[in-house]
Design a protein around this ligand. Structure first.
Ligand code: NAI
Ligand code: MG
Length: 337
């Protein structure tokens, strides 16, 4: 894999947290080169296009992108750039780790859950959504395929093996959604047989919500369809203290895009107080993807150490008095040490 990555600084707080993140990556000595490309409002202003072709070409060329949050303009019929990127590169796996960090306002301390969400089909196909002419009847067709279900379930098991995880839980609603969720569950049961070393269990989505809140320690890797994964992964982010610490990896066969789950935070943009951790954790996942697992782990540990021992340097959203820069400085010091 090439050592050049496409970098999209993004809108709002994007450039601030991206600068901090690249500074930390440089301090880690990963040997990465950055090819900066535009998307979002910056691209609309400069090139008259939210997602210029040159940006797509660069991502295709480098196969890996680190992406800041993008503002989706309201009105004017703009499609979300994020959705377009997922479709264009067929980024079928949305991987969202939720890990407890010290000093957050979370109710729990030992959570380490990875949600693997199917990112391309299910209830989120725009083609399946219709409204009758009189506006009285709305229909939404969920479509899951054997191919789509197989590749996401296999991805989850392979991830579990690679990361030394013990259990995969398939979350579904096959008791009611007998065809769409049923197909997914059947495929999950079949594929689980190929991984006897990993415990497999299945859970209905409503019960999963309750179990996640009451006994989150029982979960390890969750694999599920698009809509359930969207909701459950935010629930998991809430269990560990919110979006400031939530990375989101979008993985396909030919490209992968790593980003923070949060948006461009216009309310705090330019103030220098954005928490860079979600993007840093996405960068750590990117290092894993680039076969630099030791560097990824070092980065995660440096974030953890900073949050435990350097409370003054962390940003206000997690109870500190620091800034984006002071937080990044403290992490840089630790990855160098
Ligand atoms: P948001 O995630 O930008 O902000 C929600 C709240 O969380 C705000 O109070 C914000 O200050 C805070 N926050 C978010 N990230 C933070 C960080 N790193 N450090 C400290 N505080 C942080 O969500 P919102 O306001 O709904 O969306 C703003 C814009 O972002 C919209 O245009 C939306 O479309 C876009 N967006 C883009 C995403 C992406 O590119 N992946 C994802 C979500 C939203
Ligand atoms: Mg969501």
């Amino acid at each position: 894999m090439s050592n050049t990555i496409a970098v999209i600084p993004g809108d709002g707080i994007g450039p601030e947290i991206m600068t901090a993140t690249l500074r930390v990556l440089d301090a880690l000595d990963c040997g990465l080169k950055y090819d900066f490309v535009d998307a979002g409002m910056v691209a609309l202003d400069k090139h008259g296009d939210l997602l210029p072709k040159a940006t797509l070409d660069k991502i295709a060329e480098h196969k890996v992108a680190l992406k800041g949050p993008l503002t989706t303009p309201i009105g004017g019929g703009f499609t979300s750039v994020n959705v377009t990127l997922r479709r264009h590169f067929d980024l079928y796996a949305n991987v969202r780790p939720a890990v407890s960090f010290p000093g957050t306002k979370s109710r729990y301390e030992n959570i380490d859950i990875i949600t693997v969400r199917e990112n391309t089909e299910g209830a989120y196909r725009s083609e399946g959504q219709t409204l009758s002419e009189d506006g009285e009847i709305a229909e939404s067709v969920a479509r899951n395929t054997r191919k789509g279900s197989s590749r996401i379930v296999r991805y989850a098991f392979e991830l579990a093996v690679k990361k030394g995880r013990k259990k995969v839980t398939a979350v579904h609603k096959a008791n009611i959604l007998k065809t769409s969720s049923g197909l997914f569950l059947n495929v999950a049961r079949e594929i689980a047989k190929d991984y006897p070393q990993i415990e497999f269990n299945e859970m209905i989505v409503d019960n999963t919500c309750m179990q996640l809140v009451m006994r989150p320690e029982q979960f390890d890797v969750i694999v599920t369809t698009n809509l359930f994964g969207d909701i459950l992964s935010d629930l998991c982010a809430g269990l560990v203290g919110g979006l400031g610490l939530a990375p989101g990896d979008n993985i396909g066969e030919h490209a992968a895009i790593f980003e923070a789950v949060h948006g461009s935070a216009p309310d705090i943009a330019g103030k220098g107080i954005a928490n860079p951790c979600a993007l840093l954790l996405a960068a750590a996942d990117m290092l894993d993807h680039l076969d630099m697992v030791a560097k990824g782990d070092k980065l995660r540990q440096a974030i953890r150490d900073t949050m435990t021992n350097d409370r003054d340097s962390v940003t206000p959203d997690i109870g500190g008095k620091g800034s984006t820069d002071s937080f990044a400085d403290a992490i840089v010091k630790r990855v160098k040490g």
